[in-house]
Write a protein that binds this ligand. Structure first.
Ligand code: HEC
Length: 239
């Protein structure tokens, strides 16, 4: 137990060193609306969803991935725009995308290279395979500035809604390699502990006294915020 906490302190110290090279706390304003569908969860038929399961949407899927994996302050956010790249706007993203051709798009080639110049750079984790796949499909489908509305407020299970929402919109800044605020949202235990402490709901509802999350991104839709609230109120179960 003791060794564990010493290790944790060491980890936190080394992270704050890496993180400080990436810090300029300047708020940025991305160009999205509020049409989130909870990170690609498929709503049941009849819920009025406008999302096609064969399509990948910029506003719902791609923009949140890029904000949480690339737009930490000091990296490719609006304020820093390292190497002239700002991924918080569609226009900024399109500077490194060739619509219809993922293999010829810097966005795709930089996240799939295997040397130390890979993006996001080590020690940050590489993008998850499903995120890489979404980016590839979105580019090959024409890299449109598209969105859909697929959020179903009545559905709020951990597996179908909460976990995909966290992976899509939060995990890039909240995982063991990049512990924003000391909070890990990559596991059920981490999400549950943020939920039960009140900070999860406080931060996404932009309540007084909490940092507004997702940092640098637009507020989650009312439907998504309600899904999180319902899940917490029902006991934050691993269901
Ligand atoms: C671009 C990076 C980034 C993204 C994306 C992001 N966070 Fe954060 N988050 C941070 C950083 C850095 C901190 C610590 C500094 C602070 O509190 O502002 C933080 C702090 C927090 C806190 C503690 C807030 C408090 O007031 O104590 C919570 C809870 C949180 N984030 C949840 C989330 C959730 C939920 C999402 C997704 C909806 C998310 N974050 C997306 C970077 C991010």
């Amino acid at each position: 137990m003791k060794t564990k906490s010493i290790l944790f302190v060491l980890l936190a110290m080394s992270l704050s060193v890496t993180y400080s090279s990436c810090v300029h706390e300047i708020p940025i304003t991305p160009d999205t609306g509020n049409g989130g569908n909870g990170g690609g969860s498929t709503p049941p038929p009849g819920s009025g969803s406008t999302c096609s399961k064969d399509s990948v949407y910029y506003v719902n899927d791609i923009q949140p991935i890029l904000i949480s994996s690339c737009a930490m302050s000091g990296c490719h956010d609006a304020a820093t725009h390292a190497e002239g790249i700002n991924v918080t706007t569609y226009a900024g993203v399109m500077k490194i995308v060739k619509a219809g051709n993922a293999n010829d798009s810097k966005l795709f080639t930089e996240i799939t290279r295997t040397d130390e110049d890979r993006m996001p750079p080590p020690p940050m984790a590489a993008m998850a395979a499903d995120q890489v796949a979404k980016i590839k499909t979105w580019i090959n489908q024409g890299a449109k500035n598209n969105s859909c509305n697929g959020c179903n407020v009545a559905n709020y299970t951990f597996s179908a809604v909460i976990k995909p929402m966290m992976s899509n919109k939060c995990q890039g800044c909240h995982n063991p390699n990049s512990l924003g605020g000391g909070i890990d949202l990559s596991t059920y235990d981490g999400i549950k502990s943020a939920a039960l402490s009140g900070t999860l709901y406080g931060s996404i509802s932009w309540a007084n006294g909490y940092s507004k999350m997702p940092q640098g991104g637009s507020k989650l839709s009312d439907c998504e915020i309600q899904q999180v609230k319902s899940w917490i109120d029902a006991g934050a179960l691993n269901n």
